[in-house]
Ligand binder design. Structure first.
Ligand code: SF4
Ligand code: SF4
Length: 506
C-alpha cells in the first residue's frame, strides 16, 4: 500500500435549506471540491480536496456554505502536530519535497507586535496632517557624500550630476512577483495601481510582458539567476534594475516554474521555449564573491548608461549586516532585505518555515552597521517580508528603512485568502494561475482600484501616526529609533533593535 488516505483538513458545511443547487460553487472551486449529483439533484462536497480558499463561501448567492477546521483531522498532540503527521504521510507515499505557497505561518515572535510607537505630549507638539503638509515623498538611490557646487555667471550649479534618483510619492512599493507565478491580469493590476499611486511595482524574475511596457515609468525590472526575459530593451524599460540574490521565503535556493505553466505568452516574455521548465539556479553562476557582484552591478550600470539605480535584493539571513555592507561597497544604490515571513508562489515548506531571520532584526542591524561605517547615505534600504499594516511600515522606517515592499497585502486586497496552494496553479481567485477561465476573475481596472485604496488608506494612517509623533516627513522618521520602545523583549533583542524598553527614559 503506497498511499494512505489522509483525513480532510477542512469540513465543508452546506445548509441544504439555503442551497438552491445553482452550482456556482462547482464552477468556481479551483480544487474540484463541489460536485453536482444529477440523480439526487444535490450538490455534494469532496472535502479531501478542500484547501479553505473561501471562494465558494464568498460566491454562494444564498450564503449556504461555511468551511471549518475538521475537528477529526488528527488527535491533538502538542509535539507531533497535524502538519507533521500529514507531511510524513505524504512523503512516505511520494518521497518528494513538501511544497507550499505564501509566507511562513508559524507562531514565531513578531517583533513588530512588541514595538510601540511614540506620540507627542505637551512639548514638541503633534502636527495635524489635515492642516499641515506631511511629506511621504521618498527618493530612492545613492546620495553623494557631499554636494560640490560651482558658480557659472553668478548662478550656483551642481559640479557633478547626482547619482540617479527615483521619486516615489509614498514609501510603499510592490515587491517582486513574476508573470508565471501570477497571472498577467494581476501583473497589470499592480502596474496600474503603482502608476496611479506614483510608486513602483516589480516584474520579479519573469520578464516584462509586451502589454506592460506602457507602465515602464513605474516598473522595477529584476535580473535573477535564470536571466529570464533580460535584454537591453528590458533593462532600459525599468526605473530601477534589481539583482535578485535571495528571497525571504526561500533563502539560499532557486525557483522552479514547471513546464505545464509555461504558456506561449510566458515563454515569449521569459524568452524560453514553450512547455519547458523554468529553473532559476540557487546561485547566479557568475557571482561567487562581492567582486563578482560588483561586476554585475557595473555591467547593468553600463547597459543602462548610468541612468538607473541598481538594487540588490537579499534574504534576511545570519551576518546580514556584513553582506549588506559588501553590497554597498560593490556599488549597489538600493538594498532590498526580504525577511523570513516573505511570501512566494512555491517553496519547500522546510525552507520557508525554518530558514532566515525576522526583517525587524535584519533591518535594524543593517542600518546600524551602515551608519557606523559612514556609508548609510550611499544606499536606500527597502524592507520586505510580511508587512500587515501601516503600523508595521512606520516601525520599519523608524528602524532604518527608506521604504517598504509589499506583496502579500496587495494580493489579499485582490482576493487572496492565504490558502497557501499557489504552487498548484489552481488558485480559485484567479491570482496564482494561468488558467484563462480563472484569470478572468481578476479585472485589472477594478482590482487596481482596490489596491490603490489600500495604499491610500495606509498612507493616510502613516501621516496620522507621523503627525502624532510631531514628525512631518519620512526623511525625519527614517532610522529615528527614539520613537520606538519595546515590550516583552529581552536585553539582547532591545540592543539589536537599538530601542529602549517601554517606559525607559530616552
Ligand atoms: S453556490 Fe451555494 S447555493 Fe449554489 S450550489 Fe453551491 S452551496 Fe448551493
Ligand atoms: S494566491 Fe490563490 S492559491 Fe495562493 S494563497 Fe492566495 S488564494 Fe491561495
Amino acid at each position: 500500500m503506497k498511499h494512505q488516505a489522509l483525513p480532510p483538513e477542512f469540513s465543508v458545511i452546506r445548509n441544504e435549506d439555503k442551497c438552491i443547487q445553482c452550482q456556482a460553487c462547482v464552477r468556481q472551486c479551483g480544487f474540484d471540491v463541489h460536485e453536482y449529483d444529477e440523480e439526487k439533484n444535490q450538490v455534494c462536497a469532496n472535502e479531501t480536496n478542500c484547501v479553505n480558499c473561501q471562494r465558494c463561501v464568498m460566491i454562494c448567492p444564498t450564503k449556504a456554505l461555511s468551511i471549518t477546521n475538521n475537528p477529526n483531522h488528527y488527535r491533538i498532540n502538542h509535539h507531533w502536530n497535524s502538519v507533521h503527521i500529514q507531511n510524513i504521510s505524504r512523503q512516505a507515499a511520494t518521497g518528494g519535497v513538501i511544497l507550499t505557497g505564501m509566507g511562513n505561518d508559524k507562531p514565531m515572535p513578531s517583533y513588530f507586535d512588541r514595538i510601540l510607537i511614540n506620540a507627542s505630549q505637551v512639548s514638541n507638539p503633534s502636527i495635524d496632517p489635515l492642516r499641515e503638509p506631511m511629506e511621504l515623498r521618498t527618493y530612492l538611490g545613492a546620495k553623494p557624500d557631499q554636494i560640490k557646487l560651482t558658480s557659472e555667471n553668478g548662478q550656483l550649479k551642481l559640479a557633478e550630476p547626482p547619482p540617479p534618483q527615483v521619486r516615489i510619492e509614498t514609501p510603499l512599493l510592490f515587491s517582486a512577483i513574476s508573470y508565471g507565478a501570477i497571472s498577467l491580469e494581476v501583473c497589470e493590476t499592480l502596474a496600474r495601481a503603482a502608476t496611479e499611486l506614483g510608486t513602483l511595482y516589480n516584474t520579479g524574475e519573469g520578464g516584462l510582458h509586451k502589454d506592460l511596457y506602457q507602465y515602464k515609468n513605474n516598473t522595477i525590472v529584476q535580473v535573477a539567476s535564470g536571466r529570464y526575459g533580460v535584454n537591453h530593451q528590458y533593462l532600459n524599460a525599468g526605473r530601477i534594475v534589481e539583482i535578485k540574490i535571495g528571497q525571504g521565503a526561500k533563502p539560499g535556493i532557486g525557483g522552479h516554474l514547471p513546464g505545464e505553466k509555461i504558456t506561449r505568452s510566458i515563454s515569449e516574455t521569459r524568452m524560453i521555449p514553450e512547455g519547458t521548465d523554468a529553473i532559476s539556479p540557487a546561485p547566479h553562476h557568475d557571482i561567487y564573491s562581492i567582486e563578482d557582484l560588483r561586476q554585475l552591478i557595473y555591467n547593468l550600470k553600463e547597459a543602462t548608461n548610468y541612468q538607473k539605480p541598481i538594487s540588490v535584493k537579499i534574504s534576511a539571513v545570519h551576518n546580514i549586516a556584513a553582506i549588506a555592507s559588501g553590497a554597498v561597497r560593490a556599488g549597489a544604490d538600493i538594498i532590498a532585505i526580504d525577511g523570513f515571513r516573505g511570501g512566494t508562489g512555491a517553496a519547500p515548506m522546510a525552507i520557508r518555515d525554518h530558514v532566515g531571520i525576522p526583517i525587524e532584526l535584519a533591518l535594524a542591524v543593517v542600518d546600524q552597521r551602515l551608519r557606523e561605517e559612514k556609508i548609510r547615505n550611499r544606499v536606500s534600504l527597502l524592507a520586505a517580508g510580511g508587512f500587515r499594516s501601516s503600523a508595521d511600515v512606520i516601525k520599519a522606517i523608524a528602524l532604518g528603512a527608506d521604504a517598504v515592499y509589499l506583496a502579500t497585502a496587495p494580493l489579499i486586497a485582490i482576493g487572496c485568502r492565504l490558502c497557501q496552494k499557489c504552487y498548484t496553479g489552481k488558485c480559485s481567485w484567479g491570482i496564482c494561475t494561468q488558467d484563462p477561465y480563472k484569470t478572468k476573475r481578476v479585472n485589472p481596472e477594478l482590482a487596481a482600484e482596490r489596491v490603490s485604496n489600500l495604499i491610500h488608506g495606509w498612507s493616510h494612517e502613516i501621516k496620522e501616526m507621523m503627525g502624532g509623533m510631531g514628525i512631518n516627513s519620512i526623511e525625519s522618521l527614517r532610522g529615528n529609533r527614539a520613537h520606538l520602545q519595546g515590550v516583552g523583549l529581552n536585553e539582547k533583542e532591545l540592543k539589536l533593535l537599538g530601542i529602549k524598553y517601554a517606559g525607559e527614559a530616552i
